[in-house]
Every structure is written in C-alpha cells, then in structure tokens.
Design a protein around this ligand. Structure first.
Ligand code: SAH
Length: 371
C-alpha cells in the first residue's frame, strides 16, 4: 500500500503513523499496548474475538470441563483459607464469562463457598463485558465489573487468570554487537510500518538479565513484561490472604526468542498488518512471573503443564461422567475436547499451556500442585 492510499488505513494505523512521525520509532510494547487497548479503536474495544466466528478459541470455550474443574479448585482453596465469610472471586480478563459460569455451577457442591462468594470481573473490553453480563445473567452470586485489579475492594481473594497475561504488552530487545537494543516499530521510506532496532544500546541491561540469556548471540531477541500486573496480584494475595491461579501459554524458564504473534480469523497474521484488527500476544515468562510474586512474599507453586493441572483435578473422571449421559456424537465431542485440553502434541494445549499458583504462605499446597 502506498501512502497515497492513507485514507484506507485502519484508524489506528493512521494514528500510529502520526505518533511515530511526531515522536520517533515506538517500542514494541507501546505498539502492542495501543493495538490492544486503545479505548476507541483498539482490538479489545471493538470486538468479541473468541469462538468459532472470531479469531481464537480458549480452553473454557473448548469445554465446560475446564471451568468446572477450576470451580472445584476455588472451593477447595477457600477451605484452605479458613472458609472466610466473604471471599472475592476475581477473574482477570474473563472473555465471554464462560469459565466463571461453569466454575460457579460446579461449585454448587459447596453451597457455603457460593454463599461467601462475591464475583469481581476485571476487563477493559466493552463488547466482552456485555457478553459476560449475558452469560452470567442467571447466576445469583453478586457480580461487579472493574477496569483494573486495583479497583476491586480489599479482602480475602481468589484470583483466576486464563490467557490474560499473554495479552499484556511485551518489550523486546535485540542483541547487536554485544549490546542489547530496544526493538521498535518505525516507518520505512514509503511510510509503511516496519520493525527496527534503536541505535543506542539499553544502558546496564545485561545486569538485569537471567544468566541463560546473557550468553545470547547477536540477532537474538529477549522479551520481558512490566511486572506491574504480577506485583499487584501478589500484593493482594499477601496482604488480604488468598490464592491465584494463572494459566497461560508460555515458557517455564526465561529464555531468548521472538514469540510476538498476531492471529486473525484462526490464522497467523503479520504483527504489523492492520493494527487493532488482529490479536497480538506473546509467551508468558513464568520464571519471571514467579520471581516477581516471590519477591512480594507470596508462595508459588509450578509451573506445571495444563495437562497435569487438569488431570490432577480429575478431568478424566469428569469426561467419563459427562459421556455416560451423552449420545454418540456428543461423546465424541467430549473426547475431542479432552484431547485438545490435555493433549501434548502440537494440536493440544496440554504442554504449551502452563499453570502457576500464587498463594499466601499460610495456605499450604493448593489442589493439583505439589510442594
Ligand atoms: N479468559 C478468557 C479470555 C481470554 S482473552 C478465556 O479464557 O476465554 C483476554 C481477555 O483479557 C479478554 O477478556 C480481554 O478483554 C482481557 N484483557 C486484555 N487486556 C486487558 C487489560 N489490560 N486489563 C483487563 N483485561 C484485559
């Protein structure tokens, strides 16, 4: 596309070009932040990206079993917390509200927990919030919506975050001539967006890197996120007593690699193409997340693979029970969903997705994890 066609650009691309012209190349994290969360034209402000007709499918959308098992996890953790009379059940980035709906239905086996629960949903997306309201309309547990975790009132808390952290902006640095340089989005000679590298190295950067990454070769990329979200989560768990379950795709140990990916209509896309209209995510660095939470005084368990989490919570038994009441077609769907959630091949989510529990030190080992 030539600049003559500038009036055909997505509104966000026009805005990003303007910003780069005014202020110079933009770090990848800033680009990702604008694409996903611009309040007017950002990806999450303008659409429901989930499901068959959207861009991607998440575990709770694959099967009711996922949310149900997490509901049982929450109820068991509430007991470990000493069964407080009021507990905030918080979900970060609840998508269509499916996980929470399935979780609360399964938790009916523990009515005392449901009587103590107040649900707090944290999301920036208008369209998804409307979807969550519809999904949870018949749920009688009190529900509140917030734009950020710090808006949720203090008090004993159980926090769930499935595919939330991967959507937070990621910084990238490229190793070049022995130094680390910020990876940026800039304009080429035709005013089109392209990746580039800041000319000056980031001062003192090497010292902040995990030892494995310090030996990286020239051209390799290191990614990191602001620790704000992880700090806030851990602070709440430590201050108010509670536990969090973070499930996402990513790596157990910090390492080099460019994992920034764009997805639209269930297919990979170019990260710089049509800003605001494709989903942008990057792997979660679980080692970094755990280090941040532990630095706040929280206890951390895992990461374990999603396959292990779900198996330990009893997904096979649950699938068996559901199949006992299903016709042949439905039974095959249950088998397929089980394979997708715990399968460790490329098509399965079982090993790419991992889980970490962040808990108050007094709680002991949370269900599905080991000491
Ligand atoms: N947990 C859901 C949805 C995952 S998609 C599921 O498993 O199906 C990511 C979710 O995080 C969306 O609901 C999106 O609106 C929300 N989100 C993305 N960035 C956010 C931010 N900075 N603050 C709050 N919510 C955010």
């Amino acid at each position: 596309m030539s600049p003559d066609f500038a009036d055909e650009l997505s509104p966000l691309e026009a805005d990003i070009r303007r910003r780069i012209k005014a202020a110079g190349p933009m770090p990848v994290a800033e680009f990702m932040q604008i694409c996903l969360s611009d309040p007017q034209h950002g990806y999450y402000a303008t659409r429901d990206p989930l499901g068959a007709s959207g861009d991607f499918t998440t575990a709770p959308e694959v099967s009711q079993m996922f949310g149900e098992l997490i509901g049982l996890w929450m109820a068991a953790v509430w007991k470990q917390m000493g069964a407080p009379e009021n507990v905030r059940v918080i979900e970060l980035g609840p998508g269509r509200g499916t996980l929470m709906k399935d979780a609360l239905r399964a938790a009916k086996v523990m009515p005392d927990f449901l009587a103590a629960a107040v649900v707090h949903l944290v999301d920036i997306s208008g369209p998804l919030r409307a979807r969550q309201e519809a999904t949870l309309a018949s749920v009688t547990v009190p529900k509140f919506w917030h734009a950020s975790l710090d808006e949720v009132p203090a008090g004993p808390s159980i926090v769930i975050a499935n595919e939330f952290f991967d959507a937070l902006p990621v910084n990238q640095a490229v190793k070049q001539d022995g130094g680390w340089h910020t990876r940026v989005v800039r304009l080429d000679e035709h005013d089109l967006l392209e990746f580039g590298v800041a000319p000056e190295p980031i001062p003192q950067f090497e010292r902040l890197l995990p030892p494995r990454v310090r030996d990286a070769k020239d051209g390799e990329i290191f990614e990191w996120r602001s620790d704000r979200a992880a700090l806030e989560l851990a602070r709440r768990i430590v201050r108010d007593k509670g536990a969090a379950l973070v499930i996402d795709y990513g790596h157990a140990a910090s390492d080099v690699g460019d994992t920034l990916q764009a997805v639209g209509g269930h297919a990979f896309a170019e990260p710089l193409s049509a800003p605001g209209t494709v989903d942008l995510t990057a792997h979660v660095d679980f080692e970094a997340l755990v280090r941040t939470a532990e630095s706040m005084g929280a206890a951390c368990f895992g990461p374990i693979e999603q396959s292990e989490l779900l198996r330990n919570l009893g997904i096979e038994t649950r699938a068996h029970t559901l199949k006992a009441n299903a016709d042949r077609i439905k039974a095959r769907e249950i088998d397929n969903a089980l394979a997708r959630l715990v399968g460790r091949s490329q098509k399965g989510m079982g090993s790419l997705f991992k889980a970490v529990a962040v808990t108050h030190r007094s709680l002991g080992v949370p269900p599905a994890f080991s000491a």
